[in-house]
Write a protein that binds this ligand. Structure first.
Ligand code: NA7
Length: 554
């Protein structure tokens, strides 16, 4: 029986957390393979991140034709994206369409949050506690709780004093028009702030942007997708998807082999101009192979964008504040905006640099910095997420030795392939930390993770095994591999949510694997082929040898 409304006494094969891209594909893939599945979703609908992030301008920064499921050709043939970068509402309709098309809603209980899970070693089961007070039991527990789904604490000094309208981009619950005629403050200039700011500026009486770290904002160059282009893509979809699966970031790559200083200054400038017109993740940041590994090479691309900002923003002092001078381009996630810098030319928009004047407190109707008091009627928080670990720690999982996940990872995240973690048997993470999820087309990464997990538990089932766990050695290997991989890049030099540095007290571990989704996939496939080194199945482990496998795989 596969309905989630099964009784507490019944043991379901798999409990899945979340009904976003991960949870839905888990439900589809596992039930197709004959597993019983019960999914729990805290929200009132499917959609996950795309259900909650409804702020004005919210859209994906990966192109819609790639940011979608590839597991079913009929699905990709029948769905038609309207824009190059899909807006939130269209992605949410797509997710709803998938839920209906594959009849997946029946596997999920909505409005129900998983608040705890404890490993029962005697019965080899997870006992999963729900916020309605009930407990459910399952052989396997798989998190599809997302990477950017737990908003960061609202750590703005004095926020509790503010009595005006307060809203966060990650839990947007007002109409844009509610900001009309108001003095609005936006705090935060990551992707969410960058997308929302131009639209808020259009309705607000005054908009003051409180910026801590200026970011690189490329013009998104969003547009409607012409029918001929859609047809071309649909005709070629299987090949395009295959290319994505073996790419660096889960989108087709431009074949670039040369380094920034292999070409003359003029040629480099010309290439950056072309790339700037193209935009997207194959834009300026991907124009030369060494832009994320060589600081001097990166400087050429960074300065190109700096100069664009100075050209666009008319007030030189504002332009200088917007110039991202604290980190190399791409070392923290670049943003794609529409009229972002142009917005600062509007007479009703001003910029406050929190590096020069930090917020000291807030009053009932003002933000007080070290240099002045800014009267505001509404505050929009666009301050980001407790990425990757936040959603997992919220599950309050207790492993075999009685330790909670947050204690096991007290000094930093430790996973095997970003999919499993030692001492937490039969527990898996889809799109977890130390997987390629952080810096890739996450839908592609999710599909690969779900398929690999499904194959592993089917392999265990075929041999009559009921216990699957990452070994400490396999996990140590994977942590070393992720750290060595990132150490050769500029990601290692920059504070960002990629490293957990946006959350006070969070240990500094890089939360992704940046060796490429293609290499990662080939490595995972090879691991499966070799009988799962790094995994103990019913107490039996293959010798590990992950390091050599990683080196062997190109
Ligand atoms: P981000 O990218 O984490 O951006 C958050 C922004 O908020 C960033 O500019 C932060 O500055 C700023 N911030 C965070 N906390 C504060 C406080 N306390 N005071 C002032 N400013 C603050 O989150 P987003 O939601 O925009 O985007 C997340 C991802 O979603 C994005 O990367 C895409 O993958 C989609 P900081 O840079 O930390 O100095």
């Amino acid at each position: 029986m596969s309905s989630p409304s099964t009784s507490a006494a019944e043991v379901v094969d798999v409990i899945g957390v979340g009904a976003g891209f991960s949870g839905l594909y888990l439900a589809h893939r596992l039930t197709t393979a004959g597993w019983t599945f019960a999914g729990f979703e805290a929200g009132p609908s499917v959609g996950g991140t795309w259900f909650w992030n409804t702020y004005p301008g919210a859209r994906c920064d990966v192109e819609s034709i790639y940011y979608s499921y590839s597991f079913d050709d009929a699905l990709q043939q029948e769905w038609t994206w309207s824009e190059r970068f899909a807006p939130q509402a269209e992605i949410l309709s797509y997710i709803n369409h998938v839920a209906d098309r594959f009849d997946l809603r029946k596997y999920f209980t909505l409005n129900t949050r998983v608040v705890g899970a404890t490993w029962n070693a005697a019965d080899r089961l997870w006992e999963v506690r729900l916020d309605n007070g009930e407990t459910r039991r399952s052989r396997y527990l798989i998190s599809g709780a997302g990477g950017l789904s737990t908003p960061k604490d609202f750590d703005v000094p004095g926020l509790a004093n503010f009595t005006g309208l307060q809203v966060s981009t990650s839990r947007w619950n007002i109409a844009l028009d509610d900001l009309a005629g108001k003095r609005v403050a936006v705090i935060g200039t990551g992707s969410s702030g960058v997308q929302a700011i131009p639209l808020i500026a259009e309705v607000a009486d005054e908009l003051t942007v409180f910026q801590r770290t200026p970011n690189y904002v490329m013009p998104a160059r969003n547009s409607e997708l012409p029918p001929e282009q859609i047809q071309c893509i649909k005709d070629d979809y299987p090949a395009i998807r295959e290319e994505c699966r073996h790419s660096l970031g889960g989108i087709p790559e431009r074949p670039v082999a040369d380094k920034a200083f292999d070409v003359s200054d003029e040629e480099r400038q010309r290439r950056y101009e072309e790339a700037y017109k193209r935009s997207g993740f194959n834009g300026v940041g991907a124009e030369f192979v060494d832009l994320l590994t060589d600081a001097e090479a990166n400087r050429t691309a960074s300065e190109f964008i700096h100069n664009k900002i100075r050209e666009i923003v008319k007030d030189p002092a504002t332009a200088e504040l917007l110039v991202p001078k604290y980190h190399p381009m791409g070392a923290k996630r670049s943003c794609f905006g529409t009229d972002y810098y142009e917005t600062f030319n509007r007479p009703n928009v001003s910029l406050v640099s929190l590096r020069d004047e930090p917020i000291e407190t807030m009053t009932a109707n003002a933000i007080v910095t070290s240099k002045g008091t800014y009267g505001v009627d509404a505050v929009v928080l666009a301050i980001g997420f407790d990425a990757f670990t936040g959603p997992l720690y919220g599950l309050n999982i207790t492993g075999a030795s009685g330790k909670k996940l947050q204690d096991a990872w007290h000094n930093g995240v430790r996973t095997y392939l970003g999919l499993m973690t030692a001492d937490f048997p039969n527990f898996f993470m889809v799109g977890g930390p130390q997987s390629p999820a952080l810096a890739s087309n996450v839908v592609m990464t999710i599909e690969q993770a779900v398929d690999w997990i499904a194959d592993l538990i089917e392999h265990a089932r075929d041999s009559g095994a009921t216990l699957v766990e990452a070994t400490a050695e396999g996990q140590n290997d994977w942590v070393d591999i992720t750290e060595e991989t990132v150490a050769g890049t500029l990601y290692a030099t920059t504070d960002s949510w990629y490293r957990g540095s946006n959350v006070e007290g969070k240990p500094n571990t890089f939360l992704g694997y940046v060796g490429g989704v293609g290499k990662y996939r080939r490595m995972c496939t090879e691991i499966a082929k070799r009988g799962y080194p790094g995994v103990e199945i019913d107490g039996e482990a293959q010798s590990r040898n992950l390091g050599p496998i990683h080196k062997e795989i190109s």
